[in-house]
Write a protein that binds this ligand. Sequence first.
Ligand SMILES: C[S@@+](CC[C@H](N)C(=O)[O-])C[C@H]1O[C@@H](n2cnc3c(N)ncnc32)[C@H](O)[C@@H]1O
Length: 210
Amino acid sequence: MSTQRGRLTRAQRRALDTLLPSYEQRATPYPRPAPLGVEIGFGMGEALEQWALAQPDWNLLGIEIYPSGVGALLNRLEQAGFENVRVAVERAEVVLEERLAPSSVREFRVLFPDPWPKKRHHKRRLLQPAFISMLAHRLEPGGALYVATDWAPYAEWALENLSAEPLLVNTSHGFSARDDRRLVTKFEARGKRLGHDIFDLCFTRRPETS
Ligand SMILES: C[S@@+](CC[C@H](N)C(=O)[O-])C[C@H]1O[C@@H](n2cnc3c(N)ncnc32)[C@H](O)[C@@H]1O
């Protein structure tokens, strides 16, 4: 696991060393079958913790490659005593490809993905057409994909890519109203401080597809 970005606090390091095996998706199965919700790029994990509080009857998976954020989430999970949350410390593209079955996810949340504003970096953006197709195939028919961003050009680009995916249907015309189930994340707060508008997108998988 890379530690390039962000220095780990002692508590985050301890969490990664001692708690990760109990929460790692591959190592520890969920205690019971339940609808599956997946947050991709959960950052410091505050929204995922809130999701777990709001939906204790679901199984949740957080995917993140940023070690400080994983450590921070593990500490939150331990303190709250959640048994229905797992983490995968790997690129989401790999986790979806190798570890999530088709039609197995009730809801994906992608909150404030890295915007990669420079044109030559656009290929690094997460919501590429091929990745969107993978998200769509992992959703249950009728399942939902939520995206939020504070970067207007990313929002337009994501709307175009999501609208082009044949398995998905936009639940709004264009952008959606803010999903108030969502906590204000670190990056949403940062975007607001910078005076950015926030854009929400919600697509569902066509119910008749399997
Ligand atoms: C801009 S931050 C947003 C974090 C958090 N969702 C928030 O709103 O505060 C984007 C996060 O996505 C993670 N990330 C970027 N590419 C990823 C990938 N391919 N798989 C999983 N996580 C990724 C980064 O490590 C980072 O923590």
